[in-house]
Design a binder for this molecule. Structure first.
Ligand code: THU
Length: 162
């Protein structure tokens, strides 16, 4: 059953596409490598040109080296030339909660735009959809880096030409 408390949801994803995306995230979860937490997560991203990429969490004995499912899926997409996304679905085994991305993953998502959709799901396929920007308000983004560069350039040109 669909949760209707959608926040800042972007238009345009047909129900069947949402379903396909969620199913892919659930399948990806089956590959989770999580011997330490035993907490399986899967993710699937949809690019603007209609390609899907999936990921699962991959843990490590050196625990800080583990990586979340969302980052695996996004990195797979980016490493194959895709940087523009419509949506990501996240799946876990939590029956009573919509799985929500960790803070680091929120930052990873907003790197590629603030206005695309994140489907937080339950194993029964029900979901809650939120825009990336709703998950990370007052974010530090690539635009902020650009601002900094522009300030430097301005200062530089004053130095050079008075
Ligand atoms: N995990 C994810 O893969 N995505 C999330 O959004 C939340 C947490 C993983 C990291 C770790 O392998 C396990 O879940 C428990 O934290």
């Amino acid at each position: 059953m669909e949760d209707t408390r959608n926040q800042n949801m972007q238009p345009g994803l047909e129900d069947r596409v949402v379903k396909a995306l969620i199913q892919r995230s659930q399948k990806a979860k089956d590959f989770a490598y999580c011997p330490y937490s035993k907490f399986r997560v899967g993710a699937a991203v949809l690019t603007v040109d209609g390609s899907f990429f999936t990921g699962c969490n991959v843990e490590n004995a050196a625990s800080n080296l583990g990586i979340c499912a969302e980052r695996v899926a996004l990195s797979k997409a980016v490493s194959e030339g895709h940087q523009r996304f419509k949506a990501i679905a996240i799946a876990s085994d939590l029956k009573d909660d919509f799985i929500s991305p960790c803070g680091g993953c929120r930052q990873f998502l907003i790197e590629f735009g603030s206005q695309w959709n994140v489907y937080l799901t339950k194993p029964d396929g029900s979901h809650r959809c939120m825009a990336v920007e709703a998950l990370l308000p007052a974010a530090f983004t690539p635009e902020d880096i650009q601002k900094e560069k522009k300030e430097e350039e301005k200062a530089q040109s004053v130095d050079n030409y008075g």
